[in-house]
Design a protein around this ligand. Structure first.
Ligand SMILES: Cc1ncc(COP(=O)(O)O)c(C=O)c1O
Length: 361
């Protein structure tokens, strides 16, 4: 009998946030941390342009996109690898550096792709306890053993919104053995305004064992085009280029991504929008009596009361009835919470209105 490799059937497939509500024609999706403002017009035009060359293979090296990313971030394009979403890079980092018998560490409420990629390569996913829903450097260092191969940290993390400051990130890297890969997943870095935050490019430059991953799915609002990138030391660039599919980014993705990264005004507008509406929504939900955790990203984790009329399930159903789609977080070990993305002004006001009504019931 044909059977898949051991462990494959134990992989729990990634469950994305809901994108529609049964029986409702119109709804507002606040469940996938997509950008409130949508993509840059310039990116949209570049995407349309790609329609002229559908018969041609894309540039397998994504050179123009890498050059644009390099220019925008002050990085050497030779050390950037593009992926079909940052997810592809996370998978390939696990394939490149871990296998059966190895352990991959991440925070207890860390992004759910980390356990999936660990299982995909036959490694053991290890959840490390967090402190106040925040990655715990000491607990992680204490859990390292001779089987540890990779530590994943999302900074800020999804779904908690928490981050660790630059000094803590540095302390984490310094405390890990040299043969352990540290993957700093900065999918939400563009939204962060906290002064003690740092992406960690200097940690990549400082050694051969640290990678930063980024995405075009969030602030650039190009989630459907699947564009991610990693900034790596030369040896890891080499490994990722061997592992990726030869034409992993379509021409449309490369052209739109380049236009998006060059449209700095649009990125600034998206960041400014978040800087206004993240605290606004947080305050309004707290005024309703809900617990809202501090967030450095473009979403909020909200804890609901225990009683059956006001718990997270009741809230999910209530918001759905109003056409608002939030994200359940049970899979992250947070069944009492829901995650909500910062959307447009109308959506934020509709959510405030519904939350008031729900909590007054
Ligand atoms: C922390 C984190 N990392 C990575 C990703 C994946 O992003 P991409 O769309 O680039 O694959 C997400 C998407 O939700 C995320 O929240």
């Amino acid at each position: 009998m044909l059977t898949p490799r051991q462990g494959i059937l134990e992989i729990l497939p990634y469950v994305p946030g809901k994108s529609s509500i049964e029986g409702k024609q119109e709804s507002t999706k606040l469940s996938a941390n997509e950008s409130a403002l949508g993509p840059s017009l310039k990116a949209l035009l570049a995407f349309r342009e790609a329609g002229n060359c559908l018969h041609l293979y894309p540039d397998g090296t994504s050179i123009e996109l890498r050059q644009a990313i390099g220019l925008a971030n002050g990085l050497n394009p030779d050390r950037i690898v593009c992926g079909a979403g940052s997810d592809e890079l996370l998978y390939n980092l696990a394939r490149g550096y871990a296998g059966p018998g190895d352990e991959i560490l991440f925070g207890e409420h860390g992004f759910n792709v980390y356990p999936i990629v660990a299982n995909c390569v036959g490694a053991k996913p290890v959840k490390v306890p967090e402190n106040n829903l925040t990655f715990d450097v000491d607990a992680t260092l204490a859990r390292v053993n001779n089987k540890t191969r990779i530590v994943f940290i999302a900074n800020p993390n999804n779904p908690t919104g928490s981050y660790i400051p630059k000094v803590e990130l540095k302390r984490l890297r310094a405390g890990l053995r040299e043969d352990i890969l540290l993957v700093i997943d900065c999918a939400y870095a563009e939204f962060v305004t906290c002064p003690d935050y740092n992406i960690g490019f200097d940690l990549v430059d400082g050694a051969e064992n640290t990678v930063v991953t980024r995405t075009f799915s969030k602030i650039y609002a190009l989630a459907s085009l699947r564009i991610g990138w990693a900034y790596c030391p030369p040896s890891i660039t080499d490994v990722l280029n061997r592992l990726r599919a030869p034409f992993n980014l379509s021409t449309a993705s490369q052209l739109a991504g380049k236009a998006a990264v060059e449209d700095v005004g649009h990125v600034a507008a998206a960041r400014d929008h978040n800087t206004v509406w993240l605290p606004w929504l947080s305050d309004r939900l707290r005024e309703c009596g809900l617990t809202v955790y501090p967030s450095a990203a473009n979403f909020l984790l909200v804890r609901f009361p225990d009683d059956a009329a006001h718990n997270s399930q009741a809230a999910m159903a209530f918001f759905s009835s109003k056409g608002l789609i939030l994200r359940e977080t049970s899979i992250y070990g947070l069944p009492e919470c829901l995650r909500v993305t910062i959307g447009r002004e109308e959506a934020m006001k509709a959510l405030e209105f519904s939350a008031k009504e729900f909590m007054a019931k």
